[in-house]
Design a protein around this ligand. Sequence first.
Ligand code: TEU
Length: 557
Amino acid sequence: TQSKDWWQTASIYQIYPRSFKDSDGDGIGDLKGITQMLPYLKEIGVDVTWLSPIFKSPMADFGYDISDFYDIQPEYGTLKDFDELIATAKQIGVKVLLDLVPNHSSDENEWFIKSVNKEKGYEDYYIWHPGYPDPKNATNRLPPSNWVSNFRFSAWTWREERQEFYLHQFHYKQPDLNYRNPAVVQQMKDVITFWLKRGIDGFRIDTVPSLFEIAPDNNGNYKDEPLTGETDDPDDYNYLKHIYTMDQPETIDMVYQWRTHVDQFKKENGGDTRILLTESYSPLNVVMQYYGNGTNNGSHVPFNFHLITELNGTSRAPDFENVVNTWINAMPAGSTANWVLGNHDQRRVASRYGVEKIDLLNMLLMILPGVAVNYNGEEIGMTDVWISWEDTVDPQACNTDPEHYQSHSRDVARTPFQWSDQKNAGFSTGSHTWLPVGPNYKDVNVETERLYVRSHLNTYKRAKQLRRFSKTFQDGDFKILAINEDVIGIRRSLQDDNTFVMVANVGSKLERINLLALEDSLNLMEVVLSTDNSPRRIGDVIHPLEVILLPNEALYL
Ligand code: TEU
């Protein structure tokens, strides 16, 4: 088999910088903290990390509202700290991806301020519209359309100075850039070049489906979106079917242009392939177009969120098999699969599936073919942290009320990383952390889990090592062994190399399975890895005629 490019078997570890490691005691994570912890990434076998936004920002959406795309948020450090981070990462062999947030900027970005003031060249940098007179109130104006923001309320906000509304698909402090303006398209390419020159290996691209909205008609009017009927609350994002604000045809082409741009950068500057990861929760047929269309290449990794959106703790083995097959069968020929277990917008995987399934899931992630994507904390089994209304800072939750915020809050998965059983879980020496530390940090933390042979951390590490060093894990054929409703079976095999079988009991009762009935070629099998609840030890030999599995137990054989 042809050897794969570095990213095709990568497992990518997302760092949420604000919560990873605080080096200066202000209760907020920073770049020096990340640099200091790069050896930890190496220790657990991570060779690619994606950093959520580290750019200058008033933090209305914790960095997804950028006021200067060419500078670092002072709380996080300086460009010099960034260069040091990259230099250290290169030294120890960790690739670094940054978050590109092209859809919007902060309202405090100088581009927006210039646009508000209609400065030459910036008039159409954002999406402006005068709206309509209010028949009921002469001093009021009505917004251009019924469009709703992801974080509740109208997607249009009135700007007094300009006497016009601007569009924002997220917070009102995140005005949408206008991609029908070539100057904006060029500006974002310049941003890409700037960071590539500083030595990064690619980008995760934020909220791709919202890049373009439908253009106004010949009379300058925007179409209203139709109602879903799901809710009668017109401020709720789910009130509307987002057919004019999401996944417009121009968006796919923009991704292809960015791919050309990073490929061109490599041609001119050499080095390894720079990659693009795209974030979209769009329907499968749309996500597949991000890969490319045969003529144009697109995203290397159009995120596959199905492990998040389609499955949970009650899913049966055929549900898992279905999710895996669906993606693999839909992929264009020659592309690489990817699997995302969690991220900073979702409840923690240990809470979605139940913490007793964390090892099983990390093992599943590592044996699936293609790119694996983990969110920091999943390797130690961090769980959602309950946050009071008073402590809530996520704008998506703050825009609701004390009765409803919990189902909207993303704070629960963004609390400080749990390094040790010391003060603030070893995250910060400060007197206060920006979000509270999870109450289980005395047990669930890196230092403690290092000490036990059987811990989430050590299971993760070992699974990760197999992925890094085994040719079969990287290049082997992939086959699902349909066993029963409760047991997932996966086989990876490569000619002249080891065959690996994973069996995982996602059900709630003890299972006895006969692997020989499925694969007559299997001999006595050695346990290569087991979940922390397993009575099996690495090196135990078992007979494929009867493999016994406890609930939530998984084995690599
Ligand atoms: O999220 C985009 C996105 O699809 C959101 O609607 C997401 O599904 C929602 O937050 C889940 O509750 C990206 C970022 O990942 C998110 O953190 C940002 O808030 C958002 O873009 C705006 O930049």
